[in-house]
Design a protein around this ligand. Sequence first.
Ligand code: ZN
Length: 316
Amino acid sequence: MNDLSVMLRPQLNRKPPPVYQRILVYHGVDRKGEKKLNGRFISQKELELHFRWLAEHCFVASLEEYCQGRFAKDRPTVLITFDDGYLNNLELMLPVAQKYNLPVTVFVTTLYRTGQSLQWADLIDLTAFLDGQDIDLQGQIFKLNRKRQYRSTSTGQELKAFCKRSETSVIQALYETLSKRTTFQTDAQWDVYWKQLSPKGLQQLGMSPLVTIGNHGDTHAILNKIPIEEASQELKVSKIYLENLLQQPITAIAYPNGNYSPMLIQAARQLGYHHQFGADIVSSTVEQKWGIYPRLTINPYISWYNQRLAFADGGY
Ligand SMILES: [Zn+2]
């Protein structure tokens, strides 16, 4: 074996890296990686593993770069997004993004504008986790089952699925019923699982040159389940609020729960949302036809190896 073959060998054996484009969705970041509460949190340590790998193996694009189609030709191009606007994005995620110098896009609601400080889905999850007693929602009883989901004793419907299809008044009743009996809001150890970014926190996050802020609705209502007038109003008021607060144009929206409709897309476009994001891939023809970017939500229950396979495949 001569010197040249030794030198060449590793290169000949090395497979070229795959080339794909992927938009990843994260939600919350905590310190210990609590997975029993819901599937929306990963630990800061795990996030660091993801970010380090992404920095080493991918071109991590900013929202603008990604939407302009500025993709790498020799490795994957990834857009990192975070949904829901948790305070932990500022406190636990941003330091990791800064460490690896990775651009991130954070899609936030404007719940604060409405006088609410937490999302109803978090309220349900924390109630199930810490309380577990039946929920009486306007006369309908929901009981916790073995999978730790609340189900209606009369219809069998899951509480979150029920809320996603319900009017604002039902959500309001849920907030009132549960807020009265839960105490986690006054116990700091649970803050990381529900606290939303305050207006000040949002400004702080938005000021980072690595962060692009996008919209995730006003109240996190599922926009294709409420009347189009109400949905358009949500898109409008939250855009105005964010633009005033951050003093920058808001041109991207990630639909809550990934739910959209042709009418909504049209309305959002007219309001100036030039970049619209769904959740997991429905069918590439639907997204292509409607101009929606499909995304891949990370799965905290699988191994890091399988997670990377899903990055490449675009699904699980
Ligand atoms: Zn969301």
